[in-house]
Design a protein around this ligand. Structure first.
Ligand SMILES: [Zn+2]
Length: 426
């Protein structure tokens, strides 16, 4: 049954690669209309929401009506879970259960039908195939919990490497698995790249690496690519919707508009222009059991209208700038994206490889930032002074930066490690 779904969807999705999936295309509009009307009819939460707003959802006709629908937050969904946010008549026992990891301190339970789950896996296989994955490759994936396991003899072999175990253990598992394809959190793969010995690298020789779930900078990707001597790609997916965007061989992020409809909005809920940072709002197109409609995911990105020479017809996201709630807010109200702050550090880490062991930058007040720092074996006050100067250049002189030197940085209960954090969004 499951394999039937998977083969069906993989074929379907691959055929779709050359079809027109621009926002205004019939393909996307049809899916959007069906998904929204279906949620408005069969999911009590959306039915009540639209009724309260005075919207006749059966008249919803696509993008032009989208702005009339209220925006939805994680708290809204959480308070409606399970009965009001799942489709009427859903049998929870026949569903696959998951949850967001709660990196923001709030975890959200999620259910998918088996058919949606197979579709999501197929969508993953599609993006892997776009960058050269073959069904007989061995994959190691670093995640906090294992995926449902469906192996087919020598094909689609997926080995789980727990993200919460030590780096040494992870390296040990990777030596054992000898993956052709490595998939996981950039912060962990970066640490593996830093700690792996030449002996380890004789066994760990992936043909390609896919990073996901966290923001990563170009410098980090380049470093990982150099250590493992293979191309490194980045994927943007969420536990709520799975695949949102992923880099193709030309390193452009394609938005998978056959799976999720993405809006880039400003604080007032209006569309931002191409190239401008906007908050991402997602509408699932293939998850009728627990749909997300205009859902605030809490990330920032920019879109553009360019085409990619790889031949894939999915629209392009110019860049992914990280978590909206990790952006620093300057005294004059301007936002600084976490990616920019991370880049400032990484520029110097590239230059002085053992300058810092670990760091965390926390904005406590509009004009007060704390850097927690574990010195590296070649720490020098002079080199670190350059980092500070660049940071002042970015944040402005009205912001005070304090540095705390520590032996280690405690990450209480978090699964994903955040290097950049702002306390102003709480
Ligand atoms: Zn492309």
């Amino acid at each position: 049954m499951f394999w039937g779904y998977l083969v069906y969807y993989t074929t379907l999705l691959h055929l779709g690669l050359k079809r027109n999936y621009s926002y205004r295309s019939r393909n996307v509009q049809k899916k959007l209309v069906n998904s929204v009307r279906d949620a408005g009819k069969n999911v009590p939460f959306y039915r009540d929401l639209y009724k309260k707003a005075g919207i006749d959802i059966q008249k919803f006709s696509g993008t032009k009506d989208l702005k009339k629908l209220p925006l939805v937050t994680k708290d809204d969904i959480k308070s409606a879970f399970p009965d009001r946010i799942t489709r009427e008549g859903t049998n929870p026992n026949s569903c696959i259960h998951s949850a967001t990891t709660g990196s923001t301190g709030k975890s959200l339970p999620i259910v998918y039908s088996r058919s949606t789950y197979a579709l999501y896996l197929a969508a993953n296989l599609r993006i892997y195939t776009m960058i050269g994955y073959k069904p007989w490759y061995k994959t190691s994936y670093i995640k906090y919990s294992p995926l449902e396991k469906y192996n087919l003899g020598p094909f689609f072999r997926f080995d789980h490497v727990p993200s919460v175990t030590s780096i040494e253990k992870q390296i040990g598992l990777l030596r054992q698995n000898k993956p052709d394809f490595l998939d996981g959190y950039p912060s962990i793969i970066l640490e593996i790249a830093q700690k792996a010995t030449p002996e380890d690298l004789k066994y760990i020789r992936p043909r390609m690496i896919m990073l996901n779930s966290e923001m990563s900078t170009c410098d980090q990707k380049d470093f990982i690519a150099r250590v493992f001597n293979c191309p490194v790609y980045d994927e943007y997916s969420t536990e709520e919707t799975w695949m949102v965007a992923s880099q193709c061989k030309h390193k452009n992020y394609h938005l998978f508009t056959d799976n999720v409809f993405v809006e880039f909005l400003d604080k007032q809920g209006n569309d931002v222009g191409p190239g401008e940072p906007g908050e991402l709002y997602l509408t699932t197109l293939r998850s009728p059991v627990m749909p997300f409609i205009r859902y605030k995911i809490g990330d920032i990105g920019r879109y553009n209208y360019d085409n990619c020479s790889c031949g894939c017809q999915f629209p392009i996201m110019e860049s992914f700038d990280g978590r909206a709630d990790d952006s620093f807010i300057l005294p004059d109200g301007k936002l600084v994206s976490p990616l920019k702050i991370l880049n400032t550090f990484n520029m110097y880490i590239q230059k002085h490889l053992h300058l810092l062991e670990e760091f965390k930058v926390i904005q406590k007040k509009h004009d007060h930032v704390v850097i927690k720092l574990v010195k590296g074996s070649e720490f020098s006050q002079e080199a670190f002074g350059e980092v500070l100067d660049s940071l002042y250049g970015l944040l402005g002189d009205s912001v005070h930066i304090n540095v705390e030197y520590l032996n280690y940085i405690h990450n209480p209960g978090s699964i994903k490690r955040k290097a950049i954090e702002s306390h102003l969004h709480n």
